[in-house]
Design a protein around this ligand. Structure first.
Ligand SMILES: Nc1ncnc2c1ncn2[C@@H]1O[C@H](COP(=O)(O)OP(=O)(O)OP(=O)(O)O)[C@@H](O)[C@H]1O
Ligand SMILES: [Mg+2]
Length: 241
């Protein structure tokens, strides 16, 4: 069974005094446990809108979306929130760490909503996850004391600490230099693989996109699967994707 199954998914927003905006047009996509997908597309092509749907933060205007075999429209808002918290980890371009909280406290945050063992062992689980991303010596550091690459490692630890089945990354290397970005992506790939989670990475960077095992392009709301060589060719054309 697919972890995610989208059939003919659209997302349209009504605008005052203008035609409706068709942001996503008929998206078909299946994501299996352990998959690693990349999505490239120009600014405004609908990438973040798609990610919000995949992350159960938004609902399609039409079409069907199933998470783990359950149609989204069969889930109550509370059930959707619960699934998102337990099964989905998010990583953003700007890290989105809580200021004034240590690395350990940041990684513990998702576990405050967990139940049972995960809740009671939250400190140890967070420390173990920080160890896995190579930051065992920085548990007490504040985000502002960490480099960009280190902050993104904390964000990765936070996204993975509940053992999600799906990891969604929106421009995870966008705020990092090339070398740091490459090492952060390698780490993300490794920890996703080790935990058996599916990883979907949205990126402008063809080198990041090329790391995935399946590649997609989003063009004005239309999603198509592309060959990896196409990803690299697209990057060379006009210097943008
Ligand atoms: N709630 C909304 N109301 C109106 N327009 C919206 C809304 N959400 C998104 N849009 C528009 O839809 C288009 C796609 O937005 P989206 O954020 O998905 O693009 P993107 O591919 O993530 O771009 P970027 O690479 O710049 O992050 C944009 O033109 C955006 O302005
Ligand atoms: Mg975006």
């Amino acid at each position: 069974m697919s972890l995610l199954r989208l059939r003919g998914v659209t997302r349209t927003v009504e605008l005052p005094d203008a035609e409706p905006l068709h942001i996503l047009r008929g998206i078909d996509l299946e994501v299996e446990v352990g998959d690693h997908l990349s999505v490239v597309g120009r600014s405004g092509s609908g990438k973040s809108t798609l990610l919000n749907l995949l992350g159960l933060l938004d609902v399609p205007t039409s079409g069907s979306l199933e998470f783990d075999g359950v149609p989204l429209d069969k889930l109550s808002v509370a059930e959707r929130d619960r699934r998102r918290g337990a099964d989905i980890g998010f990583i953003f371009q700007q890290f989105n760490l809580l200021g004034g909280r240590t690395a350990l406290e940041n990684v513990m945050t998702p576990l405050l909503y967990a139940s049972g063992k995960q809740f009671w062992r939250r400190e140890r689980l967070a420390a173990e996850m920080l160890d896995r991303v190579g930051l065992s010596g920085r548990l007490a550091s504040m985000p502002e004391q960490l480099s960009g690459g280190e902050q993104q490692r904390v964000a990765i630890a936070r996204a993975l600490v509940r053992g999600p089945r799906l990891i969604l990354a929106d421009e995870p290397t966008g705020a990092l230099d090339v070398d740091t970005g490459a090492s952060v992506m390698k780490l993300l790939d490794d920890v996703a693989e080790a935990s058996g989670a599916a990883l979907i990475t949205i990126t402008h960077d063809p080198n990041v996109a090329a790391l995935a095992r399946r590649h997609y392009r989003l063009d004005r709301g239309v999603l198509t699967e592309v060959d990896v060589s196409r990803v690299l060719t697209l990057a060379q054309q006009a210097g943008s994707l």
